[in-house]
Design a protein around this ligand. Structure first.
Ligand code: NMX
Ligand code: MLT
Length: 473
């Protein structure tokens, strides 16, 4: 939920009542504009006591309210549908998709500052929104861009740690190793060793988080240039924002690719708290591991093929379709290829989801980007055909809960079109973006004093005995 002071909220509510649909009104009041004079740190500092009180009140007044029932299916089924985490920065609706602090992706595209009029949102603006629940001004976003650039310094030993790995190591392995090496500079770890008070934990967590977010593009670009471009680096461009600079350091100076990277980093940043990477980061951080340690753990979850690595798998799979059947494959041939994949025991990458039950809005906005910038690209046309062919096949399987495409079904063909063709690298891009969501929530975890995460586990014996006692057949 976003934040607003009581008096401001009353006036916003009055204005919201004048709006047409109740749903639009509710969304409208969830976010307010940042006050122009304040910087990010000052805004957070002001918001924290208010939110601490809110949490205390929730606990004392409603702590015993039930949120649902836990079934054996949930325990055996990866905890699907079990509400068990507090995650402030975003909320996922199965039908509608993600909302960042109450704003949908199209609303973010409309409201967040852009580099050019009508352009894609700047990821720095999203970071501000996730942290404060407020829409920043262009001036605030520009100041945050400058701050991130100033924080973007990477010690040489980080590159040496990466260089110690064989060049054939997966890009995610190299990237996560670089993040672990960055941890040497953790301010939280140093402060904890010196005995920092719990009420101040959020401050070094904030410093680590902003430093980490600022430094990740350099480490990620180093991995890319090391593996695919003979180790020749491209320097930071001080005139560019976060997303554009990242693309630039990878070696792409096309302004449309810069726009794509801004969109990419924005939409991959956060997907509420239960996904593997976010949940892992949150869990590890609950032990008071610093943001570097927590985020490195999150990256290792992102590197799994059912999670972030699916973006690599999608492009490799699409290229295997083209290799076998050519670019002008008919829908009938495509259907046969999908069945061949399924019959060989594999999943169709880029389709399905643990929570979503409709087409992922992150897929839809990437499709819109493609329709605008690369409508005639043969691989985009293939992705469009897959949108028609795959869902009925998955539905026919009879067990897939969501046959629709997710975010990973589309990202690869966009990157490939602009020359970033190395599919094995794609999950690193996802990782850079995910730092924005995970770190924003980590700052709030410490500000709110959230406890060590430690759910109860049981054995099959325990479950069988419990069910016998409960009289279930
Ligand atoms: N292709 C083939 N089978 C599928 C697919 C798919 N795309 N999606 C789900 N199923 C199967 C699934 O493997 C399971 O089979 P079984 O009972 O034999 O184990 C059955 O359908 C029921 O699964 P669901 O409850 O629909 O999905 P679940 O929540 O377990 O898993 C995913 C969600 C995302 C892991 C699953 O849909 C999948 O494997 N998709 C392909 C990989 C992918 O695109 N992952 C990226 C997700 C987004 N991200 O970035 O993280
Ligand atoms: C994500 O972005 O984390 C994925 O869509 C997976 C999920 O939400 O479970």
């Amino acid at each position: 939920m976003a934040f607003f002071t009581r008096s401001l909220s009353r006036s916003i509510c009055r204005r919201a009542q004048q709006k047409s649909s109740p749903l639009t009104s509710l969304r409208w009041i969830q976010t307010q504009t940042s006050s122009e004079t304040e910087d990010l740190h000052s805004q957070l500092k002001e918001l924290i006591p208010e939110q601490q009180d809110r949490l205390k009140k929730l606990k004392s007044e409603h702590g015993k309210v039930q949120l649902g029932t836990i079934t054996v299916d949930m325990v055996l089924g990866g905890m699907r549908g079990m509400t068990g985490l507090l995650w402030e920065t975003s909320l996922l609706d199965p039908e509608e998709g993600i909302r960042f602090r109450g704003l949908s992706i199209p609303e973010c595209q409309k409201l967040l500052p852009a580099a050019r009029p009508g352009g894609e949102p700047l990821p720095e603006g999203l970071l501000w929104l996730l942290l404060t629940g407020k829409v920043p001004s262009k001036g605030q976003v520009d100041a945050l861009s400058n701050e991130l650039r100033a924080r973007a310094t990477v010690p040489d030993y980080v590159y040496k740690a990466i260089d110690a790995l064989p060049i054939t190591a997966h890009p995610m392995t190299q990237f996560a190793s670089g993040v672990m090496a960055l941890q040497v500079q953790s301010e939280f770890q140093q402060a904890y060793e010196k005995g920092i008070a719990k009420s101040k934990y959020w401050e070094p967590t904030y410093e680590d988080s902003l430093n980490l977010i600022a430094r990740l593009p350099l480490v990620a670009a180093y991995v890319y240039r090391r593996i695919y471009k003979g180790g020749q680096s491209v320097p930071v461009d001080d005139s560019l924002d976060y997303g554009a600079n990242f693309a630039q350091m990878l070696g792409f100076d096309d302004p449309v690719m810069h726009e794509l990277m801004r969109l990419y980093v924005t939409i991959h940043s956060d997907h509420e708290g239960g996904n593997v990477s976010a949940h892992t980061g949150h869990l590890v951080a609950s032990a008071l591991s610093d943001p570097y340690l927590s985020f490195a753990a999150a990256l290792n979850g992102l590197a799994g093929p059912l999670h972030g690595l699916a973006n690599q798998e999608v492009l490799l799979w699409i290229k295997s379709v083209v290799d076998e059947c050519g670019e002008n494959i008919t829908k009938e041939q495509l259907k046969d290829y999908v069945w061949k994949t399924l019959n060989s025991g594999k999943v169709v990458p880029g389709f399905g989801h643990g929570v979503l039950r409709k087409t992922d809005p992150r897929y839809t906005c990437q499709r819109e980007f493609a329709l605008k910038h690369l409508p005639n690209d043969p691989l985009f046309q293939l992705v469009s055909k897959l949108y028609e062919v795959v869902p009925p096949v998955l539905t026919q399987l009879g067990k897939v809960k969501n046959p629709w495409p997710n975010v990973d079904a589309h990202s690869g063909v966009l990157l490939n079109y602009f020359g970033l063709t190395e599919a094995r690298y794609y999950t690193v891009l996802f990782g850079v973006s995910r730092s924005i969501g995970i770190c924003s929530q980590l700052i709030w975890d410490r500000a709110l004093g959230l406890p060590l995460e430690r759910p109860k586990s049981v054995t099959m014996d325990w479950l069988e005995n419990h069910c016998k006692k409960a009289g279930s057949s």
